[in-house]
Write a protein that binds this ligand. Structure first.
Ligand code: ADP
Ligand code: MG
Length: 591
């Protein structure tokens, strides 16, 4: 069985040409059935639900649309290992399987010449998606939407036969006929990124940006790399060299734990660097420019988001002595201000287990970030409920191991608390830590407003408050990365900036639903324990864990996107882990 012939692979004979005589539950002759249905009422498509042999692959018609204008029907198209005939190397590790699956989905989309077959090929990230899975045994499944052809309310049977029995297997065959050369670009990139993540963790770094990386994107809506962008280059003082299996020794900027400040004039590339770090929790496709940019997998972008709901969050380290007299150790609001929303976001991220907070002055609440010497003099501390982050950030790092990377071109007060200061100058970083420390040695008259930061006490989510049910059915829909419809409420997720695309928004909704159904959220487990359970189940079960709830295009989110979404649900109810709650759950003795 030689598959290597000058980079060209010859998969077994065209699968449609071979006869398959196995007795196997799937039915044969879909093409005949469809042709026979020509002109029948559209609803009769439903009779085709279930599995069919198409050549050697199995088509599963899982969900049939009720009319030609409804959302597409859902189908799965599966190849067992022999029929998929992938090179074993390609599915030897989880990272490679994930990359090859994305490659196959993108190839499918490219080679499919019908707009009636809709595969979710994703964007720049390599995520575990429902649209294509490569399994550890080398089997492959494509899952996609199919717009079943109709003429008015009648079945266009011959067109449907063409679509499902020719266009579909052709596109899948084309996708699977990937050359060794092309697949290896993807598997090597996956190996290198995986090795880089391991090396970065082993060296105790929180992020790494390789020399030569392209960080800027073409536009806010086009996430491909900017052509002609200035390639990244690390200052020598921060340069780290890491050996990768395929790329060899790679030099780049290593960011140590602690407080890292990114300064520089406007338009010099500060936010672009931070955004690359935000995206560094995901792997990127070859050619993206950020394949070797990685951040601690728990990195969470923090921002202000006035108007959001906050439920029972202990924000008292940041917000205390409100004029209303409200207890901020258990703070709830339907309409948070910029500063309280950002304080809540920080506390919630820590609760979910983040060890790296990413903050950009462009989207932060100034009064939560800083209160300078003059303002301290004018407004006495007793009159100011807010304690700015600048006075808590050191304790977060030193006492709790939570690092921060902060873009702050507009205030020098963070120089007092920064471990290092990077200046972006013409899109290139310079290490200006020494100079910043000299400046910090000159007193400004500013006094610290807090001694230390205490980790918030864990919360427990009440499962009854998280319901997607509308008239007995789970209702979970997404509008891009803006909004998640969960039951009869909309959750505004626009400010959860690390959500990559609509499929992830859906993945989050389904993960929340699964958390309640499976009892990961059970009214007793602390939020972080619920997230542990969910993470373990999704790690093991993959997309199948969520597809059972709804057959849709989905991408697996991290625990952090799920937590951030839960925290923005307006009906959410929580209690403190140590609280006794007689009468509500009937577990008064429980801890
Ligand atoms: P800042 O946050 O410092 O104000 P931005 O990161 O928003 O700056 O970048 C300003 C502009 O420069 C953006 O349009 C961005 O795409 C572009 N840019 C950023 N980095 C680079 C780069 N390395 N090469 C070319 N253009 C870049
Ligand atoms: Mg900026």
């Amino acid at each position: 069985m030689t598959k290597r012939q000058g980079g060209q692979r010859h998969r077994k004979a065209d699968s449609r040409a071979s006869d398959d005589h196995r007795s196997y539950p799937p039915r044969h002759d879909l093409s005949n059935e469809l042709t026979a249905l020509e002109g029948a009422s559209y609803g009769r498509y439903k009779s085709l639900r279930g599995k069919w042999h198409i050549g050697e692959a199995v088509l599963d018609i899982r969900k049939v649309q009720s009319d030609p204008f409804a959302p597409p029907s859902r189908i799965a198209f599966a190849f067992d290992p022999e029929q998929a005939d992938l090179v074993e190397d390609w599915f030897a590790t989880e990272a490679r399987r994930r990359a090859v699956a994305v490659l196959l989905a993108k190839r499918f989309r490219k080679s499919c010449n019908s707009k009636d077959l809709r595969i979710d090929a994703g964007g720049q990230e390599i995520l575990r998606r429902s649209s294509c899975e490569v399994r550890a045994d080398g089997s492959v499944v494509f899952r996609l939407g199919a717009q079943l052809p109709g003429r008015g309310r009648r079945i266009a049977g011959r067109a449907a036969a063409e679509l499902l029995c020719r266009t579909l297997p052709d596109a899948a065959d084309d996708a699977l006929n990937v050359t060794e050369a092309e697949a290896e670009v993807w598997t090597r990139s996956a190996d290198d990124t995986e090795a880089l993540r391991r090396a970065v963790a082993e060296r105790g770094l929180i992020a790494f940006v390789a020399d030569g990386a392209t960080l800027p994107r073409r536009s806010g809506v086009d996430r491909r790399p900017l052509r002609g962008g200035v390639p990244f280059a690390s200052p020598e003082s921060m340069a780290v060299r890491i050996d990768l299996p395929h790329a060899g020794t790679v030099r780049g900027m290593g960011i140590e734990p602690g407080v890292t400040l990114i300064v520089g004039g406007g338009f010099h590339g500060k936010s672009t660097l931070l955004r690359a770090l935000e995206a560094g929790v995901w792997d990127h496709i070859p050619g993206d420019g950020r394949e070797l940019v990685v951040a601690d997998p728990s990195a969470v972008k923090i921002r202000a988001e006035d108007g959001r709901a906050v439920t029972g969050v202990d924000v008292h380290a940041f917000v205390d002595r409100l004029p209303s007299g409200e207890d901020t150790r258990h703070f709830s609001t339907e309409n948070a201000s910029g500063s309280t929303s950002q304080a809540a976001a920080i506390v919630e991220a820590l609760e979910a287990g983040s060890r790296l907070l990413l903050i950009d002055e462009d989207t932060a609440a100034t009064n939560l970030m800083i209160r300078d010497a003059r303002m301290q003099e004018l407004v006495a501390k007793e009159r100011e409920p807010l304690t700015p982050l600048v006075d808590l950030i050191r304790s977060m790092a030193d006492d709790h191991g939570v690092s921060t990377v902060l873009v702050m071109g507009g205030s020098g007060d963070y120089m007092d608390v920064a471990d290092r200061v990077v200046m972006m100058d013409g899109y290139l970083p310079a290490d200006v830590t020494e100079r910043a420390k000299e400046l910090a040695a000159r007193p400004t008259g500013r006094v610290a407003e807090a001694e230390s930061f205490a980790m918030p006490r864990p919360r427990v989510i009440e499962p009854g408050s998280v319901s997607s049910e509308v008239k007995g059915r789970a209702k979970i829909r997404a509008t891009g990365t803006d909004s998640l419809r969960f039951g009869d409420a909309d959750v505004d997720v626009r400010s959860i900036e690390q959500i990559t695309d609509q499929s992830m928004t859906i993945g989050i909704g389904l993960a929340v639903e699964a958390a309640v159904r499976r009892g990961w959220i059970d009214g007793r487990a602390a939020v972080s324990d619920s997230l542990d359970r969910m993470e373990a189940a999704l790690e093991d079960g993959g997309v199948a864990e969520l597809l059972g709830i709804r057959d849709v295009d989905l991408a697996l989110p991290r625990r952090h996107e799920v937590a951030a979404t839960l925290n923005r649900m307006r009906g959410l109810r929580v209690h403190r882990a140590q609280e006794r709650r007689p009468g509500i759950m009937g577990r008064s003795g429980d801890e």
